[in-house]
Design a protein around this ligand. Structure first.
Ligand code: TRP
Length: 364
């Protein structure tokens, strides 16, 4: 069991998961869960709404766990982890924050956009707020999340790749300057790196209200698909451009009958196919995908103590690894002050910072 390489990946508890999460990441998690020792993290330290609405975060922790169980993640072979119940994440974040240059965070386009949105909300109604320090902490914490179980692979959506690069740089630097503890983790993006929203926007996201959620009922899915953006307006039997109609992106992503979809595309560009036909087909395909998830979810909703047990057991397993890693980190940084009787003033030190017998800090 301990022979297996490790996966760490996670999600912020902001609400129910949607098709974009599934095709971009979750599907890989399910596929890889038996090959790797997996830690799936609910990153509650990294949500910004504490001050506003703590109950939303608390609800979302359960929503995420239910969605994970619904899609078939197995909480016995994998660990579902609540981040803040493993406070070593915060501890490692503190140490690592000394090694990450501030400029790197200030230049990060994702962070900049998020901070700008807080200071000047786009809706024109909400009053702007000042940016919490947490915006600088959370990318460092994501690095700490990945390094904590010394993970090898991080299956995520495309938007998370810059954070994985940051993790690789941090691991390299730590290994070189202190002790070689951390693997340099690889990112892995799913089959559909970025799913368009139901409104035709480039990205499906909760904040844009353009999602189809994994827990949506069959009727809700039908309604959402019916209202989907299907390219520029066309007459009923007018040919259209396949690449202008995002329904085809969805069919490519979720309809298993690829040859029929290929036929429809050809017909669409030659003689035209009504959007209703495409949308009805998509509705069927989506409900075929989601039906087993709905069933599984209902089972767990009827027995929430199983969900609680899954979260508790996974979090406990993560604590064991976290303690182990923090021991290694403390040893590498030579922080075990009380285990060696040494008086700094009497011990000539070779290097001004983090000096001591145990220090491996080489170079500059
Ligand atoms: N930032 C990720 C998101 O918004 C969630 C996350 C937190 C994560 N820690 C992680 C993802 C570590 C991968 C690895 O979805």
């Amino acid at each position: 069991m301990s022979e297996r390489k490790r996966i760490l990946t996670g999600i912020r508890p902001t609400g129910p998961l949607h098709l974009g999460h599934y095709a971009g990441a979750l599907e890989n998690w399910v596929r890889l869960q038996n090959e790797y020792e997996c830690y799936f993290l609910i990153a509650d330290y990294q949500v910004s709404d504490y001050a506003d609405d703590i109950s939303r975060v608390r609800n979302a922790v359960w929503e995420v766990a239910l969605d994970w169980l619904a899609v078939g993640l197995d909480p016995e072979s994998s660990s579902f982890v609540i981040e803040s119940l493993v406070p070593e994440h915060a501890e490692l974040t503190t140490w690592l924050s000394w090694f990450l240059p501030l400029g790197m965070l200030e230049r990060n386009p994702t962070l900049r956009a998020e901070m700008a949105a807080i200071e000047n909300p786009e809706d024109g109604q909400t009053k702007g707020k000042s940016v919490p320090v947490a915006f600088y902490n959370y990318p460092v914490m994501q690095v700490a999340n990945i390094l904590m179980p010394r993970a090898h692979l991080v299956p995520v959506g495309e938007d998370q790749l810059p954070h994985i690069e940051l993790t690789r740089e941090t691991a390299r630097r730590f290994n070189r300057e202190f002790k070689p503890i951390f693997p340099e983790p690889e990112g892995l993006v799913g089959r559909v790196p970025r799913l368009v929203g139901t409104d035709g926007n480039a990205k499906m996201s909760k904040s844009r209200g353009n999602t189809i959620d994994l827990k949506d009922s069959a009727a809700t899915v039908a309604k959402k698909v019916k209202a989907m953006y299907a390219g520029p307006p066309r007459g009923l039997d007018e040919p259209g451009k396949v690449e202008e109609n995002p329904i085809f992106l969805y069919l490519d992503a979720f309809d298993r009958d690829t040859s029929t979809v290929a036929g429809l595309k050809e017909q669409y560009s030659k003689t035209g196919v009504g959007n209703k036909i495409l949308k009805d087909r998509l509705t069927v395909a989506l409900n075929e995908l989601l039906d087993p998830f709905r069933e599984q979810r209902a089972q767990y909703e009827g027995n929430m103590s199983l969900v609680r047990e899954a979260l508790e057991a996974g979090t406990n397993r993560a604590r064991v690894i976290a303690k182990e890693t923090m021991e290694m980190v403390r040893d590498a940084l030579d922080l075990n002050y009380l285990s060696k009787f040494r008086v700094a003033a009497l011990t000539p030190s070779p290097s001004p910072d983090f000096a001591g017998e145990g220090s491996r800090r080489g170079g500059k």
